[in-house]
Design a protein around this ligand. Structure first.
Ligand code: UDP
Length: 393
């Protein structure tokens, strides 16, 4: 099958980008005749302001998480956000229409909600009839993903599917595949000889590894990281802290490590491109529950301790993961330390979590997601009137 797949991603958080990249890499591996293209929706539609919008979003979320949580919760099911975005989405429409003309894709995939809104608007306006697929990158649904012009929703779990159906989306327009993760997470790397991999990464091959991370932007609480670094004083564990793009945190922690805890078994790093290796080398991860990181951890059979989720959005993720028995949640530093040390001593609990992860087959998520996307090219397109009536937007 020939043709182009246009994947529209966005810059708010790393998850949207990584899901897009996962689909691109999977497509190159499995369908060499197809031509996948990724475009950052904000960069394309707001070329001068997208950098500022990204900075404002990240600063806003980090400085005022409770405001973000409030907005998320109060717009989750309602139509407020859909109504707002139906006005906002017109702003970039002409540029997106030009992109479609240039690329001429046979399917458009959105891993970013604003892009899904814009494509939906184009379809409603009769400016395109290209099949539109939305890939939801969280373990929860939200009205900002739901737009009447979307032909197919690709989602991570039955829970998200049920949520979409409650919002009026027809069951036949939802595919549960798992959130797409990059192919290196699918190669069974978790089966690699762990001591050998640790050695390859320059870690102590014989000590368990505790991995600390906070998504692509290293959203971690400094005090919690320091506490975990303390635990590396004992001979029982070594700690790897991945700060992602958060250079400021990496520098601060590095200074602290030099003066307060020299000799501790701690590896500090910025953004890494071999996350699958770090996950495969680790015994436990402490993380905020981002959609991508947690799906990767499930694929790598890496039990999780969830700490300080982003209010609203990631709290829903945390609920899904703890209910499924894949993670435990800690709400303060004392609980965090207790959970980490407790789990590291309880091989049986870690093994039970790994067995549940194995049963979910997340390592094949991006392959299944791509199949579903390809099938959308042959789907009969619904009438917008019926979808509008269903979705109540
Ligand atoms: N990630 C990475 N290198 C890093 C830090 C993070 O590749 O140094 C990736 C991580 O593997 C995941 C994504 O960034 O794919 C984070 O996405 P998530 O949805 O978990 O959180 P977000 O960054 O969107 O808040």
């Amino acid at each position: 099958m020939n043709g182009k797949i246009l994947i529209l991603s966005g810059p708010y958080g790393e998850g949207h980008k990584q899901a897009a990249q996962a689909l691109l890499e999977t497509c190159r591996l499995t369908r060499p005749n197809m031509e996948p293209v990724i475009v950052d929706f904000m960069e394309w539609t707001l070329p001068r302001l997208h950098g500022i919008s990204k900075a404002v979003f990240h600063q806003g979320v980090q400085k005022f998480p409770s405001v973000y949580g409030y907005l998320f919760r109060h717009t989750k099911k309602g139509t407020t956000l859909s109504a707002m975005s139906s006005r906002l989405r017109w702003y970039g429409l002409r540029r997106i229409a030009r992109l479609l003309e240039d690329v001429r894709p046979s399917v458009v995939v959105c891993t970013f909600p604003l892009a899904a809104a814009a494509i939906s608007a184009l379809k409603q306006a009769g400016m395109t009839d290209i099949p539109a697929v939305t890939v939801i990158t969280d373990h929860t649904d939200h009205s900002y993903w739901v737009h009447p012009g979307t032909d197919l929703y690709v989602v991570g779990s039955e829970k998200v599917r049920r949520g979409l159906i409650r919002s009026g989306i027809a069951a036949g327009r939802i595919e549960v595949t798992g959130i797409p993760i990059r192919p290196p997470f699918s190669t069974g790397a978790f089966q690699t000889d762990r001591p050998a991999l640790r050695q390859k990464l320059g870690l102590d091959p014989h000590k368990p590894v505790l991995l600390l991370m906070g998504g692509g932007y290293g959203m971690m609480h400094e005090d919690a990281v320091r506490l975990m670094m303390e635990s590396a004083k004992s001979d029982r564990v070594q700690v790897v802290v991945i700060c992602g793009h958060n250079e400021k945190l990496r520098r601060k922690l590095s200074e602290r490590l030099d003066c307060e805890a020299p000799g501790h078994d701690v590896r500090l790093t910025g953004f890494v491109r071999n996350m699958e290796q770090y996950m495969a080398a680790s015994d436990l991860v402490v993380t905020k529950p981002g959609g991508l990181t947690t799906t990767e951890a499930i694929a790598m059979r890496l039990p999780m301790v969830l700490y300080r989720p982003l209010p609203g959005q990631e709290e829903d993720n945390a609920e899904f993961l703890t209910e499924a028995g894949l993670a435990v949640r800690a709400t303060d530093e004392k609980q965090l330390l207790g959970a980490v040390l407790g789990l590291l001593e309880r091989g049986d609990r870690l093994a039970a979590m790994r067995r549940r992860m194995e049963a979910m087959h997340m390592e094949t998520a991006s392959f299944r997601a791509l199949e579903a996307i390809m099938s959308a090219r042959c789907m009969p397109l619904p009438s917008w009137e019926s979808q509008l009536a269903h979705a109540g937007v």
